[in-house]
Design a protein around this ligand. Sequence first.
Ligand code: TXA
Ligand code: MG
Length: 386
Amino acid sequence: MNHIPHINYRPEAKTECMQANAEGLRRAADLLLAGETVAVPTETVYGLAANGLDAAAGARIYSVKGRPLDNPLIIHVARRYRDFTALAQAGLLPPLPAESVQRSLFEAMTGTFWPGPLTIVMPKGRAVPDEVTAGLPCVALRMPAHPALLALLDQLPFPLAAPSANRSNRVSPTAAEHVIEELGGRIPLVLDGGPCEVGLESTIVAIEADGCVRLLRPGGLPREKIETVIGAKVQTQMSQHVRLSAPGMRNIHYAPRTRLILASRNDSIDTLVGEAHGPKNIGILLLTGDAITPPDWRESLGRTFVHVRSLGDHGDGVLASRRLFLELRELDRLGLDLILVERTPESEKGLWPAVADRLSRAAAAFSLRPEELDAAGRQVDKTTLD
Ligand code: TXA
Ligand code: MG
């Protein structure tokens, strides 16, 4: 896309926040029908939605977010698109024959996991504008599980393109007030559907022509669940070709304003704090432990301020995922010198890979030297997932 509409932002312009009830849904539908952008709740993170079949509405999303134009958008579909034929008839997917391996994998996955936190990348159908896919020949589709968004999609004659409703490269919003923080004054409406249940973005897989299912981004649906359904491994290696054809896989993402580092070991909190020599005001985010701060601890470490938060996840990463972005956002508000995060458990199971992915991207923003980045903030010459 080479044309971005000019939008005259007025910081004082009010962004309305409405409950996702009948009245809120009607207002959202009216705005979307008029080509506007509206922030909507999903079960993963809040999305910045617009008509997914309208190039101009899609372009507005890029402008509001400050998103690079080569980073394609996910199209969110209504329940009426639950089967392949409906998606092909609407021109979202090409009319693949019933015996096509891509089609049968798509049907197996959507039959089990939609609505839910799984985005599938397939060859695109004729109705999908190039602006939405950033010129790629494939489209990313997802049926979200949030009841309010499903109800909104039922009221609309088109699907919704929606990236996460944050400014580009920042922590994704998991509550309506986070969206206001990110995009207040830039959009007319946030539909408040409560805190997001999953708390980080959907898992993205591409179904390739030869039937290979490739992981493009770990997310809210564990990889092993997909493998059980397709009876094969989900590939995690990104070939050079895939990297080039999915330019949105950036390395730096989800970054708070405060410098963030990952602890080098899974270790006791004292050792972790010991690693962060220098800064006086530090925040510590524990993933697995409980946030117990001995009363004399702060002084013994010679810190002026230590703030400890814990995601308290003793299980498979579901709890950690739910509150990860929220806790990062809250620590970010405290004006700390540094946020130190406990190392993620080495598990390939559950949602830990997704948590590890988001944290390493948040830390990458602070650990890479300028010469290691290209103009778009992408790490030069390295395989990345987004
Ligand atoms: O859970 C989610 O997926 C959330 C909610 C709002 O649904 N959405 C979300 O969107 O995370 P976004 O734009 O922040 O991330 C979507 C990623 C992009 O970074 C892009 O690389 C990838 O999806 N993507 C979109 N379309 C693609 C395509 N046609 N081919 C390859 N990757 C694609
Ligand atoms: Mg995002």
